[in-house]
Write a protein that binds this ligand. Structure first.
Ligand SMILES: [Zn+2]
Length: 273
């Protein structure tokens, strides 16, 4: 099941007659929503919004990369859409944009809104399908089309892409976060060991590596035995390592489905006894 898309975004784009990625001009879209975007250097945060019930001013730090500026602007526009009137000022840090992805709070909602706005599902999915592979080569092509960061694009590809995949973010000590694609929720990744491609990058020996790998290298789960996944890992911002795992052979995931059904049946059986 893919993550929900807020209907408001698609309706908004339809209102504005926007159908192509190059038409996603955030200043123009924000203006239509009653918000003005100002770009200028900011200290201590990536973007902020100040507003009342009627109008808002969104300020975006223009010293960061254009992809980050766009995401920041979309994120603040998300606050304006959902949190208007509740808080008069939001000040948002860069790392919130990536860390706050699961859960349900104003930051998560704002991130989801930004993602829906910058990579609308109806534009993203057909393009993602044509590249036929879930790896960072595809992520780079899509990021180029939508002017989005690699991380935001990879998350979108996992959640809305055509094939089952997972995105795992590790620092040198532990896992930071994980994004599950369709059919992968029953699997929890372990810290990447020496037989993973992520390991060499975490150790600082490489910047990027990819290939097929035993699923047990990533997942300590009975269904992982005998199967492989494709891993593409890269060094991302702040020394974090992003690993994109792609199930080219989906048999392991259908076995996972069966495994969970049987387990649930056993549980309800034992409860009845
Ligand atoms: Zn925010």
């Amino acid at each position: 099941m893919s993550a929900p898309t807020f209907p408001s975004v698609d309706a908004l784009l339809e209102d504005l007659g926007i159908t192509e990625p190059h038409e996603l001009d955030l200043r123009f879209i924000a203006q239509h929503c009653g918000a003005t975007i100002v770009y200028k250097p900011l200290e201590g945060c990536a973007a902020r919004i100040a507003g009342n019930e009627e109008r808002a001013i969104i300020t975006v730090d223009n010293t960061s990369q254009i992809e980050r500026q766009r995401f920041s602007a979309g994120h603040e526009l998300g606050h304006w859409t959902f949190d208007r009137g509740k808080v008069s000022l939001f000040s948002c840090e860069d790392n919130l944009f990536i860390q706050e992805w699961s859960g349900s709070n104003p930051e998560t909602r704002a991130n989801r809104y930004a993602s829906d706005l910058l990579m609308p599902h109806f534009m993203f999915r057909p393009r993602a399908v044509t590249f036929r592979q879930i790896n960072f080569d595809t992520v780079r092509k899509l990021a180029n089309i939508f002017t989005t960061s690699l991380t935001a694009t990879a998350i979108r590809l996992v959640e809305h892409g055509p094939f089952p995949s997972m995105l795992v973010c590790n620092n040198v000590k532990e896992m930071e976060w994980v994004v599950f694609g369709s059919g992968t929720r029953g699997l929890w990744p372990q810290i990447p060991g020496p037989d993973t491609y992520a390991y060499d990058i975490l150790k600082g020996r490489k910047e990027e590596a990819s290939g097929d790998i035993l699923a047990t290298s990533w997942f300590e789960h009975p269904v992982a035995e005998r199967y492989s996944v494709h891993e593409h890992s890269i060094r991302a911002y702040k020394g974090l390592v992003l690993s994109l795992l792609w199930w080219q052979n989906e048999t392991m995931l259908s076995n996972l489905d069966d495994y969970e059904e049987e387990r649930d049946a056993r549980r309800s059986d034992s409860r009845r006894r």
